[in-house]
Design a protein around this ligand. Structure first.
Ligand SMILES: [Zn+2]
Length: 89
């Protein structure tokens, strides 16, 4: 997914203007596959390849984060959220 994302950034001449990280789980495995778009540092979770164009068009080009794919702050700043109930699961 990250490879596809980077490929599309290159195709659109956006390489270097935006950075997208998908380095391991970043403690967000339950929300994966994840993508973090900088400089906004907006987290996306459960990103599918079919969502890549929408993120690029709406967020990176249009400046409007894709709300339906964003990870809630509640998911980022806690060890337990609706997606990960307790440990060891
Ligand atoms: Zn969550």
């Amino acid at each position: 997914m990250q490879k596809l994302f980077k490929q599309k950034l290159v195709e659109r001449g956006l390489k270097g203007k935006v950075r997208a990280n998908q380095s391991g789980c970043l403690d967000q495995c339950e929300h994966g596959p994840n993508l973090v778009v900088y400089p906004d540092a907006v987290w996306y979770g459960h990103v599918a390849e079919s969502d890549v164009d929408e993120i690029i068009d709406s967020h990176i080009i249009g400046g409007k984060p894709v709300q339906r794919l964003r990870l809630a702050d509640d998911c980022l700043n806690t060890t337990v959220c609706e997606h990960r109930k307790g440990s060891g699961q």
